[in-house]
Design a protein around this ligand. Structure first.
Ligand SMILES: C[S@@+](CC[C@H](N)C(=O)[O-])C[C@H]1O[C@@H](n2cnc3c(N)ncnc32)[C@H](O)[C@@H]1O
Length: 233
């Protein structure tokens, strides 16, 4: 059965709807020339050899849904002692970040174009990540779409498995009801995650997090931004 022939009720609920979007000619070139250098051809069911991928054993930070990747490139440039792995499904965003990796001459950033939930389920060895970032995930504001929100108790279970003890999960959102829901889900996992801001509180925005594209949009709309930082016990 292929994705097209699988009955709708059997298809997994995903946190994204794939809009292919047009690639610019620079992004087309990036997929041809830069993807072989910085892209990871991940085959489901194989654990990614992180040390082999980066050529050293530096701590690994994973970002879920980096969008156009400008803020991820900035963070990777600011912290060359860490290895950075970005996951995004949207092709133009991946193309944009490939060009940014080349422009900044980054050697510590690699990209996967796939559903991050699947990569976390089958591609990341237990305890192998130092940090996971989830910045401004799609809020799916309509009630009938809430089931598409990526932050679920299942995702927290996957993160608990992937993060090393002492590793940090950092989320940010400008959608207040989603922020409250994230806090509730994470607080319910207090046996595995400790709230760095103290029980029931949001974290102050860390200076290390650059403004993302979606955050700027949220700010223009007058939305309040919430950060959540939880440490793996
Ligand atoms: C609202 S945008 C935010 C992008 C970026 N973090 C920012 O703040 O500008 C959410 C992004 O997550 C991506 N995304 C959603 N679900 C995903 C998944 N399961 N795996 C990988 N990427 C995903 C979408 O394609 C989209 O680019």
């Amino acid at each position: 059965m292929t994705a097209e022939t699988t009955p709708k009720f059997l298809r997994p609920i995903r946190s994204f709807v794939l809009r292919e979007g047009r690639l610019t000619s620079a992004q087309e070139r990036a997929f041809q020339d830069l993807w072989p250098l910085y892209g990871v051809e991940w085959t489901p069911d194989t654990a990614i050899d992180l040390a082999g991928l980066f050529g050293d054993a530096h701590p690994v930070v994973l970002e879920i849904g980096f969008g156009n990747g400008d803020s991820l490139a900035e963070m990777a440039e600011q912290d060359p002692q860490s290895n950075w792995l970005g996951i995004e499904v949207h092709r133009p965003g991946v193309g944009h970040l490939l060009l940014e990796i080349e422009r900044r001459g980054l050697t510590n950033l690699r990209l996967i174009r796939h559903d991050a939930v699947e990569v976390l389920t089958r591609g990341i060895a237990p305890g192998s990540l130092d940090r996971v970032q989830l910045f401004f995930p799609d809020p799916w504001p309509k009630r009938r779409h809430h089931k598409r929100r990526i932050l679920t108790p299942e995702l927290i279970g996957l993160l608990a498995r992937a993060l090393r003890s002492g590793g940090v999960f950092h989320a940010a959102t400008d959608w207040e009801p989603y922020a409250e829901q994230m806090l509730e889900i994470l607080e319910a996992s207090s046996t595995t995650f400790e709230n760095l801001a103290g029980p029931g509180s949001f974290s102050p925005r860390p200076a290390s997090r650059p403004l993302t594209r979606f955050e700027q949009r949220g700010e223009r709309l007058g939305h309040r931004v919430r950060d959540l930082m939880f440490r793996r016990r």
